[in-house]
Ligand binder design. Sequence first.
Ligand code: FMN
Length: 316
Amino acid sequence: MVELGVRIGTLELKNPVMPASGCFAHEYADAMDLARLGAVVTKSVTPKRRIGNPVPRVAETEAGMLNSIGIPSNGLLYYVDSILPHYAGVAVPLVASVSADTAEEFAAACEALSVPGVAAIEANISCPNIEADGRAFAMDAKHTHRAIAAIKQHARVPIWAKLTPNVADIAEIARAAEEAGADALVVANTLLGMAIDPETRKPRLGNVMGGLSGPAIRPVVVRMVFQCARAVRIPVIGCGGIVTAEDAVEHLLAGAVAVQVGTASFLDPAAMIRVIEGLVAYCERHGIVRIADLVGGVRIDSELTDRWLRLSQQSG
Ligand SMILES: Cc1cc2nc3c(=O)[nH]c(=O)nc-3n(C[C@H](O)[C@H](O)[C@H](O)COP(=O)(O)O)c2cc1C
């Protein structure tokens, strides 16, 4: 028997696997039993109705995909009235993902979403901050702190801060989020990328640049999970490039207490169930009784870890 349960602050999850925001919808209930997941995370909702970016919005790459969906949203009222009820009968914690244009908008949206049925809010601070020329909140420690502190003043449920990997020093951002009161970190959103069609000479995305996701980004994100888990005391949730149970184990060994699966679900809607079953098989194979014992279990001697953490502040 393997004990798969994990804790993220006050939340207890029956296993560490959940969807990544935007890569999951309630319709997945037709393809799987949602109650088998550790938690459910919904697509980011914005306070007001918003259309997405110009098409094409997705492009395939060798080991992943580029997207510039741009968070189309029907707004908060629609979300509360028409999306949340779909999850009312699902017996796993529901995590509502929120994006907003300013720290104050974030705070108001998180207050409005602190309703029964919402177990935690994932603040997608990887989205543009209109008060900083559209640079993502989480590209800057000061803006990260400001947004999370504002949210924490108004929200009545735990707040997970979802970071962007498009930064030089993710540990600095992680510490800013923790200091501002974040209850957990999600590491991370998509990596900024671009693809050009050599025949037409045009960008493959209507928005020119977009977010890279899938297996291609896993080594980058595992490195960031490792750095964040050593920089903060709050739980880190790993998100990036997970397709198999072994990929999830990599995130756990780097220091994640739980994982999110995104792009893999587009290829196989049952990917998360495969990961959960594969984690049990992995633990049995390695004589691991509690999955939580894997967290941060990468085998590196401490002198080397310190050296790598110092070096990782430099390039090359
Ligand atoms: C099509 C698509 C839509 C996404 N929408 C959101 C979103 O609404 N909010 C968010 O925080 N992240 C969004 N993401 C990012 C994912 O949640 C995740 O951070 C990223 O894809 C890395 O995980 P993966 O490699 O497992 O896909 C989206 C990703 C994709 C591919």
